[in-house]
Design a protein around this ligand. Structure first.
Ligand code: ADP
Length: 424
């Protein structure tokens, strides 16, 4: 009996020990799995989803862990997508020419892109501060306030007192996101407005320049029709009509050339060019007028620039225009000097005269279309477009041109050209 009892107790004890052993092993495995899950959760919290899904086991706990893992990975992908979208939006905003400024429902600056920062003279520290305190333009402040109060989207034009002043279109619209916010878009329209004004001035100038000769042609033609038999009058009037028609023809020719130059239709056609004969040709072109005015014309070409590579026809047109002006604006018995010299790989051609010169305030403007220093002194044959064409032609040749007054009186135009331009 006793041995049987001992055997059963021993069996029970062994069974208990075995069970405890199994339970301890399971507890350890469970602890290891829990640690793995915690480690994975910590990695996810740091944004690291680079490793494969760990082995969570095949039981209910494993299924639950896998479900969480899947949800976290999907959320992570959405976060990645969101931050990619955000980076793209920031790049778009930073590269926009328009200024963009966003105000939240509390009236604080939530976003200001680079263009808005520059236009409104704001620095980065303005972010998060109330727009009423940071913006110094009452009109914009008023517009934003309207937007925050739910006024319909509005656009207004304003001039910012910057140096130089900028003309802006300011658009404000409100949006709803956790309360009503407002977005301001600033578009700089200064260049557009200036171009528009220049176009209007140009059309007005062309009309004005054409009207004078046209009126004369019409008037003299009518007089001829009224009295066709007066031989002497006919000849005189026909001559006037011819002169005025030629003036219109010159104007139209100059306008067409400017239009071609504007459209980039005149390219430089460079070839080796002997400067002395080219400049001498210009002198002989104007000889008749200069000798009538008893003017002396001097020409000097330094050996260093005897031959340059450039577009001869265009260089001829440039110098001819400058010399023609010099002859026309210089009084009788004056003198005109054309000089060509070389400095550091460039050819420098100057045309100077002993005329009245250009008033200091007009020096920067004489190359503008139709700009004349003194309308009453404008020469009869001039179109007011000569120097504008010259400026364009010089650009085509890759050079530059300036005008100044000589200390002893008279104007000096300085043309600088590359001796052997690249790409010409
Ligand atoms: P224009 O047909 O009137 O000569 P330009 O474009 O050639 O037109 O010249 C513009 C203006 O520049 C002239 O009206 C004149 O006032 C001034 N100008 C040009 N060349 C000279 C010069 N050599 N001396 C003085 N003024 C000049």
């Amino acid at each position: 009996m006793l041995p049987l009892l001992i055997a059963s107790f021993t069996g029970f004890g062994l069974g208990l020990l075995l069970m405890l052993q199994v339970m301890r092993r399971r507890a350890r495995t469970l602890q290891q799995r829990a640690e793995r899950m915690q480690q994975t959760a910590r990695r996810y919290a740091l944004g690291d989803r680079s490793r494969d899904v760990p082995d969570y086991g095949d039981d209910d706990l494993g299924d639950t862990a896998r479900a969480f893992d899947q949800a976290i990975r999907e959320l992570g992908q959405q976060l990645d997508q969101l931050s990619r979208d955000r980076a793209r939006t920031e790049t778009v905003l930073a590269s926009m020419a328009e200024g963009v400024l966003v105000v939240d429902s509390q009236g604080r600056l939530q976003l200001v892109n680079d263009a808005a920062r520059q236009l409104l003279k704001l620095d980065r520290s303005a972010l998060g501060h109330p727009y009423i305190e940071t913006l110094r333009h009452p009109v914009i402040v008023e517009q934003l306030t309207g937007g925050l109060e739910g006024a319909p989207a509005s656009t207004l034009e304003l001039t910012l007192p910057l140096d130089p002043p900028r003309m802006l279109l300011a658009r404000v619209a409100s949006f709803d996101s956790e309360g009503r916010g407002a977005v301001l878009v600033l578009q700089d329209v200064t260049d557009f407005r200036q171009a528009d004004q220049m176009r209007r001035d140009f059309v007005a100038n062309v009309s004005h320049e054409l009207r004078t000769p046209l009126t004369a042609v019409k008037g003299y033609a009518e007089a001829l029709l009224d009295d066709p038999d007066d031989e002497e009058m006919r000849e005189r009037f026909l001559e006037i009509i011819h002169t005025q028609a030629s003036r219109m023809e010159r104007l139209v020719k100059d306008l067409l050339r400017l239009a071609r130059l504007d459209a980039g239709q005149e390219q430089a056609d460079a070839s080796p060019c002997d400067l002395e004969p080219l400049l001498a040709g210009v002198v002989s072109d104007i000889e008749q007028v200069s000798s009538t005015k008893r003017q002396q014309v001097h020409l000097m070409v330094a050996p260093a620039v005897a031959r340059i590579t450039t577009d001869m026809a265009k260089l001829h047109d440039i110098v001819r225009n400058l010399v023609e002006n010099a002859v026309n604006y210089t009084p009788e018995d004056g003198s005109i000097t054309i000089e060509a010299a070389g400095t550091g790989g460039a050819a420098v051609i100057t045309v100077s005269d002993t005329g009245p010169g250009v008033p200091a305030s007009d020096l920067t403007r004489v190359f503008e279309r139709f700009y004349r220093v003194d309308k009453s002194r404008a020469r009869p044959g001039g179109t007011g477009l000569g120097l504008a064409i010259v400026k364009h032609l010089v650009q085509v040749l890759g050079g530059s041109i300036t005008v100044a007054n000589r200390p002893e009186g008279g104007a000096v135009f300085t043309l600088t050209l590359p001796q052997a331009p690249s790409g010409v």
